[in-house]
Design a protein around this ligand. Structure first.
Ligand code: SIN
Ligand code: FE2
Length: 205
């Protein structure tokens, strides 16, 4: 198993999940989305829609709308609690996060081929000692990462289906984003596009 330290605390496991594991996880996400459908988040203040659609699993979910970015225990449209974490996703946290307390939020991002995500930090959590664990499924993404200041130089890597990335330690607050999706690079999903799953701890243990 290849393990690449891209920067201090920024760990990449290319091809961590084999095809069977990717299929199982994709099926788990399909089931969760049946209960908590993808919604379109909107930028605070401007109300501009994100190009990425989202949902969540776990006790807390990340949402964004006119009232700001936040974690909440229920779906913004159905108002129902988020579905439970799939056990397979929790197992990845146990195996790779190096963090004793369990995750509380599992953000599901769906990138249609034209979707992207601007450079940002994940900083809506109260506990930055816990890492963020990211799993990619479906088409490859051109993923950009930099330092903890926006103006720091950036590099890009291609995150393929089954790849896992950990933002921890000195890279917990690294800027990152997705420049574009490369449609047709994976046969995992029924339609072109990409799922990214990120596991986060929100409150101190
Ligand atoms: C995110 O920053 O929430 C998503 C990153 C990714 O799609 O790889
Ligand atoms: Fe992020």
């Amino acid at each position: 198993m290849q393990r690449v330290e891209l920067a201090e605390g920024l760990i990449w496991w290319p091809g961590y999940l084999d095809r069977a594991a990717q299929e199982e996880l994709a099926a788990d996400i399909g089931t969760a989305l049946g209960r908590a459908p993808l919604f379109t988040p909107r930028m605070p203040r401007t109300n501009a829609p994100f190009s990425v659609r989202m949902s969540n699993v776990g006790p807390l979910g990340w949402v964004s709308d006119m009232d700001g970015y936040r974690y909440q225990a229920f779906h913004p449209e159905t108002r129902a609690p988020w579905p439970d974490f799939p056990a397979r996703l929790l197992a990845l946290w146990t195996d790779l996060s190096g963090h004793p307390a369990p995750p509380q939020a599992g953000l599901v991002n769906w990138y249609a081929p034209s979707a992207r995500m601007g450079l940002h930090q994940d900083r809506d959590e109260q506990d930055f000692t816990a890492p963020v664990l990211s799993v990619s499924l479906g088409d490859t993404a051109v993923f950009r990462y930099g330092g903890t200041e926006r103006r720091a130089p950036t590099r890009s890597i291609r995150l393929a289906s089954g790849d896992i990335l950990l933002l921890s330690g000195d890279s917990r607050l690294a800027f990152h984003g997705v420049d574009r999706i490369l449609p047709g690079t994976s046969t995992l999903l029924d339609e072109p596009g990409r799922f990214n799953l990120t596991l986060r701890r929100v409150t101190p243990a």
